[in-house]
Design a protein around this ligand. Structure first.
Ligand code: CU
Length: 92
């Protein structure tokens, strides 16, 4: 019985691990004009729970974000960017 219960628990854990995945997204950001704009956007993203990595490019007007999709949503990423004073565009 104990063995059986252990099997059930590890099965649930595995299912949880499988559903939590790391996602990379590119969010178009408008309004950035220089390197410090990009730094400001990056600083707005990195404190979010679940954000693993954020790279922001002024030249390409976009933020590339690696995040755990079980902890944070793309909408929350856009909201964090908007809070920095720049405009995150919805991904087409
Ligand atoms: Cu700037």
């Amino acid at each position: 019985m104990r063995f059986f219960r252990g099997m059930l628990i590890s099965g649930a854990l595995l299912a949880e691990l499988a559903s939590a995945k790391e996602v990379t997204t590119q969010i178009p950001v408008s309004g950035m004009t220089c390197g410090s704009c990009a730094v400001a956007v990056r600083k707005g993203l990195t404190p979010l729970e679940g954000v693993k990595k954020a790279d922001v490019s002024v030249e390409q007007n976009k933020a590339t974000v690696v995040y755990e999709d079980s902890q944070v949503t793309e909408k929350q990423l856009r909201e964090a960017i908007n809070k920095t004073g720049f405009k995150a565009e919805v991904i087409q």
